[in-house]
Write a protein that binds this ligand. Structure first.
Ligand SMILES: *Cc1c(COP(=O)(O)O)cnc(C)c1O
Length: 245
């Protein structure tokens, strides 16, 4: 595939995905732009990230460090004027907190007290040494089925974790919740459940406005149930390569 044909392919998929989101917002009676598109570029090379930035996309997610940090650095070097953000959406090893705090706008997968402490100290260092200029955003990851393999905390654990994040005001900002719908069962039921949890949560934490839910296969349902951030990989990038580049 030539350079140009990959850019054209990405442009077409980006347009089609934006149309899906717009149609879902309209169907749900929601304001246009109230569900934002985050493009998940994991397993695809930095060149694809650069192509998408040139096409005007500006919110991205990655799930593995150090690959993510390398891609961000490469595109920032190549396109120094470009304005884009990268969120960490995968499970985080504590020893990687230091580097993640240098490039991530937010970590969407916060699910333990230990990780919160590690991110708070990493973010405060990154602020001190000029690697970042704003607090590190935090989304607490909800587990709807309690399956520890998929990460997340059950709803009962959210209040304590939220208080802990807020105790690091200045280094961390509590931005909302994230959910990965369990594999079994109906997506609609899971996403409706996540929406109820998010509504309860916002009563105590009105600033935590984000609900990151929905992927390529269920983004319409997620928008129907209050998603503010759909994380889309396959529908834009194509099927993931088997081996990481
Ligand atoms: C890979 C990934 C996605 C994107 O999934 P697609 O089905 O390819 O759209 C979304 N969220 C998380 C946490 C992911 O790891």
């Amino acid at each position: 595939m030539t350079e140009d044909s990959r850019s054209r392919e990405l442009a077409a998929a980006l347009t089609a995905t934006r149309e899906r989101i717009a149609a879902a917002e309209a169907a749900a009676g929601r304001a246009s732009g109230s569900a934002r598109l985050m493009i998940v570029t994991k397993f695809f090379p930095a060149e694809d990230l650069a192509r998408l930035v040139r096409l005007g996309a500006d919110e991205f997610g990655e799930n593995r460090e150090p690959e993510a940090g390398r891609k961000v650095a490469q595109v920032r070097t190549e396109l120094p004027e470009a304005d884009f953000t990268m969120d960490m959406i995968g499970s985080v090893q504590r020893k990687k907190a230091r580097t993640i705090a240098r490039w991530a706008r937010r970590v969407q997968s916060v699910d333990s007290a230990e990780l919160t402490e590690a991110l708070a100290s990493a973010a405060s260092k990154a602020l001190d040494d000029g690697h970042r200029s704003t607090p590190l955003g935090v989304l607490l990851q909800i587990s709807l089925d309690g399956d520890p393999a998929r990460g997340g905390v059950v709803a009962e654990q959210l209040p304590a974790l939220a208080e802990q994040v807020r105790g690091h005001d200045g280094a961390l900002s509590l931005d909302g919740l994230m959910v990965i719908a369990p594999l079994h069962g109906q997506a609609a039921e899971h996403l409706a459940h996540a929406q109820r949890i998010a509504e309860d949560f916002r009563r105590d934490h009105p600033e935590a406005v984000e609900l990151s839910s929905g992927m390529s296969g269920d983004l319409e349902t997620a928008v129907e149930f209050g998603s503010t951030c759909v994380r889309v990989g396959t529908a834009i990038m194509g099927p993931r390569p088997l081996v990481s580049p």
